[in-house]
Design a protein around this ligand. Structure first.
Ligand code: HEC
Length: 150
């Protein structure tokens, strides 16, 4: 019987398919990057405070207990939208004050509640964290998380 799928044809399908899907992968990666930096989380909106706040976030490993936009640990509340929970949309200074009060008053020592350590952050560090959390709350996550408490 005549062999229809020759060795050559198989090789071409393999290389052609690999090249095609590699191109699709690269294009989607570029699209994600352009969308992210230009529209969903514009780098133009990243002040020095936001950048420093992210460093405070990283140095103190907040992600070891918290999630940020779903990424991280599930011991403590999601913080990607804590700014909105604190009413920062309506009252910016109020939300900054609430964050500072929260950071200063931990651990709460309330029996039965999970505890957050005291980080002894400076006023500047807390202010930078507020900038960072405000920025994160404005990232266009296309409606995620579905409710404010999440
Ligand atoms: C060891 C775990 C742990 C680490 C690390 C941690 N937290 Fe927390 N955090 C908690 C817990 C637990 C709660 C909830 C406490 C409660 O509800 O009484 C919390 C709550 C919060 C809240 C209030 C959330 C809300 O919805 O009201 C904020 C803001 C916060 N953390 C910020 C931070 C920041 C910023 C860092 C890093 C500097 C950090 N946390 C690191 C455990 C942690």
């Amino acid at each position: 019987m005549e062999e229809r799928l020759t060795k050559n044809a198989t090789r071409n399908i393999f290389y052609g398919g690999s090249a095609f899907f590699l191109a699709v992968f690269v294009a989607l990666t570029l699209h994600t990057h352009v969308y992210m930096t230009g529209r969903s989380a514009p780098t133009s909106a990243m002040s020095d405070g936001v950048v420093r706040g992210k460093e405070v976030w990283e140095r103190n490993s907040c992600i070891n207990c918290h999630t940020l936009l779903g990424e991280g640990a599930y011991f403590a509340p999601e913080l990607g939208n804590v700014w909105k929970r604190y009413g920062g949309d309506q009252d910016r200074e109020g939300a900054r004050g609430m964050l500072a009060a929260w950071m200063a008053s931990q651990p709460s020592g309330v029996p039965g509640r999970r505890q957050m350590p005291q980080f002894h952050l400076t006023e500047q560090e807390v202010s930078d964290l507020a900038d960072f959390l405000e920025f994160v709350s404005k990232i266009n996550t296309q409606g995620w998380p579905p409710n404010q408490s999440g």
